[in-house]
Design a protein around this ligand. Structure first.
Ligand SMILES: [Zn+2]
Length: 243
């Protein structure tokens, strides 16, 4: 039996934080357009684009206060000041935000009904899911709007233990780094996961090497999100323009 799924959007709005080093917005947009066949609109950082007076405080209130529980507290003045500096373009790393709260903060009902919106940010985000003992850093959050974190792509998928204990031995995996020129490619792959999630509810593919593979290790990230190719099942599913 054949059936068709109604695509809930006809365009993708890609908000890319312009302070992220080394990203090629045109490459990302044309890569996504080539695969999906639909119009991709590139805009600036979502927080700056829709900034209001309360934005720094709202962002600061999504900070993770405790890595083991999902509790939040009112932000301190110094934390609000840090957000003002980041919004002004200063690069400050290491703060972890709750992904779900961050996404809810970005929610724009009038936009979300017609578009698939993806925010690309350097901000580190974590989620604490049921059954998890602590927050996990995420490269991507499938939500409305969806979020892709470039720092999360570096810090989320784990490196082998030998990397952390300072093993100086030969290492044939070239892990993703800050400012990595392969980051744009990885963003296309994670954006495709969010598109797949929007249209089917299932973002992942079980085949390693497909950009939709759920990579937990840097090695898998390089194989799937950077050097991967869409598998035969997912390539036609992601072509949306003729449906
Ligand atoms: Zn696949």
């Amino acid at each position: 039996m054949s059936y068709s799924v109604e695509i809930p959007f006809r365009q993708i709005i890609l908000h890319i934080d312009e302070t992220i080093e080394g990203l090629d917005a045109n490459y990302i947009a044309s890569g996504l357009h080539e695969i999906t066949g639909i119009n991709i609109i590139v805009k600036g950082d979502i927080f700056r684009e829709y900034s209001r007076e309360s934005t720094p405080e709202e962002i600061a209130s999504t900070r993770i206060a405790d890595v083991k529980s999902r509790v939040f507290r009112s932000p301190l003045p110094v934390e609000i000041d840090i957000e003002k500096k980041i919004l002004a373009g200063k690069n400050i790393r290491g703060i972890i935000y709750d992904g779900w709260k961050l996404s809810r903060m970005m929610y724009l009902p009038e936009k979300n009904s017609k578009y698939h919106m993806i925010a690309v940010t350097p901000r580190l985000m974590g989620t604490l899911e049921k059954g998890d003992a602590r927050y996990h850093i995420r490269a991507v959050l499938n939500s409305i709007p969806s979020i892709i974190s470039t720092d999360g792509i570096v810090e989320g998928p784990a490196r082998p233990r030998s990397y952390y204990i300072g093993n100086e031995g030969p290492c044939d995996v070239n892990y993703m780094r800050y400012g990595d020129e392969r980051m744009s490619k990885a963003i296309i792959s994670y954006a495709l996961q969010t598109v797949m999630w929007r249209i089917t509810g299932v973002p992942f593919c079980s085949r390693r090497g497909c950009p939709l593979y759920n990579s937990h290790w840097q090695e898998e990230l390089i194989d799937s999100q950077v050097e991967g190719r869409l598998c035969e099942e997912h390539r036609p599913k992601l072509y949306l323009s003729s449906r």
